[in-house]
Design a protein around this ligand. Structure first.
Ligand code: PMP
Length: 447
């Protein structure tokens, strides 16, 4: 299977049984146990899967006590076993854990603090447990508000796993059909179209998608974008490229939903939220992953007139969504981001990381493009002298060689050739130096 096929099957950077590759007996035994109970829908990262038993800060430790540098995980965005979050969770668990149907100040304190970080227009929050649930709810709210059903997403977007959301998550691959009401537009890829104004092209594509919907009797309910385009291949520049597309969807009566599951909570280093870099205020924002630093909490933030109208028609109760323990974790996350200046850290350390990668790129033209913002970096691997031709096999080899050298990253994009370098936002310049030194060796070894 080549990397294109792997990408379309959602198998980028995955373990596949291979008789030629001898794994330690203990690893084989765990893989067997796992397959016996979890079955075929779960995937494992890396040709040689890793078994972690403990995490601390930017380090993960395997069963033999070996430390791996985590340059990939964005759920434990403040670091693994972050002490303030651990303390907040234990305190609240030992005090009370109920749900949103009782008056509860922990929930309200968190909701107020969260809304403080968002534009004034977004005055309501609804809590869920996962990003998928938040996007599922966003789609219900958008349909209810617009009376329409159409959805516009980028070509390789991922928004989640519910029945409705999987229909607008093309990165799930050819075996998971897109809905008849869904249209895809090209991702804002400035590297493979250097002479194109990506913002204008995106807006033109959105207008064409709306025209095509109209020919099929469909009106747009929403356009939803991951504002850092992680699964499409990581597209961050130029800031502002989303503006015209948002206007185009609003002109046609649709809403703009910013999926902040990936860029949210300071990762971009320029602001708390990814959409802020584009100078837009979404109608709905969804968030998840880093929101509780590992505690399952996600949510939707929206203009009051949009969600209140929905709420009058339909109640929304999510048993675990917004429970006090998750809200205590969420509150601690916000406090730590602010107290430790982590947005600024993401900006500073991310710039340093890309500067170092660009230094390596001067000596190796297979590092075709280094892009990203804050601590979300894409390094696009291409064929040497190959006119920007993607090299997914090389990217995959690098990901697995880094893993063998105890450094964790992954890859994304249509050809799975964009290294996804997305460490916890407490990453320091010393961690960058460690990463770059291992990466340099692995890259040289791959020639
Ligand atoms: N949106 C984006 C952009 C995501 O990356 C993800 C998760 N990878 C989701 C939504 C879904 O979140 P969850 O896995 O919490 O359902």
């Amino acid at each position: 299977m080549n990397s294109n096929e792997m990408s379309s099957l959602g198998m980028i950077n995955g373990y596949a049984p291979d008789d030629a590759l001898r794994l330690p007996a203990a690893t084989e035994a765990l893989i067997g146990r796992r397959a016996a109970v979890l079955g075929s829908s779960y995937r494992l990262f890396y040709e040689e899967p890793v078994h972690f038993v403990r995490g601390e800060g930017v380090w993960l430790y395997d069963a033999d006590g070996a430390a791996y540098l985590d340059v990939y995980n964005n759920v434990a965005s403040l670091g693994h076993a972050q002490p303030d979050v651990v303390a907040a969770v234990s305190r609240q668990s030992a005090t009370l854990n109920t749900h949103t149907r009782y008056l509860d100040e922990t929930i309200l304190d968190y909701a107020e603090a969260l809304l403080e970080t968002l534009p004034d227009a977004l005055g309501r929050v609804i809590f869920t447990c996962t990003g998928s649930e938040a996007n599922d709810l966003a789609y219900r709210v958008a349909r209810s508000h617009t009376g329409a059903t159409g959805v516009i997403v980028t070509a390789l977007a991922y928004h989640g796993v519910t029945d409705a959301v999987s229909q607008f998550s093309p990165s799930l691959g050819a075996n998971v059909p897109l809905g008849a009401h869904v249209r895809t537009v090209a991702a804002p890829d400035a590297y493979h179209a250097p002479d194109v104004d990506v913002g204008k092209r995106l807006a033109a594509d959105v207008r064409s998608a709306i025209d095509d919907m109209a020919r099929h009797g469909i009106k747009p309910a929403m356009m939803i974008c991951d504002t850092i385009f992680s699964s499409d291949g990581i597209f961050s520049h130029p800031p502002g490229f989303l503006r015209d597309a948002v206007e185009a969807v609003r002109d046609a009566g649709g809403l703009f939903v910013a999926d902040e599951v990936q860029p949210g909570f300071g990762r971009t280093g320029e602001a708390m939220w990814g959409f802020e870099r584009h100078g837009i205020v979404p109608d709905i924002v969804t968030a998840g992953k880093p929101m509780g630093n590992g505690q399952p909490i996600a949510g939707l933030f929206a203009r009051p007139e949009i969600v209140d109208a929905f709420g009058h028609k339909a109640r929304y109760f999510n048993t675990f969504g917004g429970n006090p323990v998750s809200c205590a974790a969420g509150r601690a996350v916000l406090q730590v981001i602010q107290r430790d200046g982590l947005i600024e850290n993401a900006r500073m350390v991310g710039d340093y990381l890309r500067q170092e990668l660009r230094r390596l790129a001067q000596e190796d033209d297979r590092l075709g493009d280094i892009r990203g913002v804050g601590l979300f970096t894409g390094a696009e691997m291409v064929v040497s002298g190959g006119n920007r031709r993607p090299d997914g096999d090389l990217a995959l080899r690098l990901v697995n060689d880094l893993r063998r050298n105890k450094v964790l990253i992954s890859a994304s994009g249509p050809a799975a050739n964009v290294l996804k370098i997305r460490p916890p936002i407490i990453f320091g310049t010393d961690h960058v130096d460690h990463f770059i030194s291992v990466f340099d060796n692995v890259l040289k070894g791959s020639r």
